[in-house]
Design a protein around this ligand. Structure first.
Ligand code: SF4
Length: 72
């Protein structure tokens, strides 16, 4: 699911130490840098939420939350 990346979401993610990215997911294989379910991790892998796009250098306008996320 994709949501607009708002300043409120960025602030709340920091305040409450949100864990929603692949790096905090049980299904993330850090050794291979891939999802064990082979999901595309576009947007979901990014952390922090407002990290700049490495290709464009811009802060993204949306954030993705994966329905299969399992906190490890
Ligand atoms: S299940 Fe979703 S959140 Fe977990 S590693 Fe795969 S893409 Fe990332």
């Amino acid at each position: 699911m994709k949501f607009p990346l708002t300043q409120q979401l960025i602030d709340e993610a920091r305040t409450y130490e949100l864990r929603s990215a692949c790096r905090d997911c049980f299904y993330w294989d850090a050794r291979t840098s891939k999802c064990r379910h082979d999901w595309p991790d576009e947007g979901q892998r990014r952390w922090p939420l407002d990290a700049k796009d490495p290709d464009t250098g811009e802060v993204p306008s949306h954030v993705a939350f994966c329905k299969e996320f399992e906190l490890r």
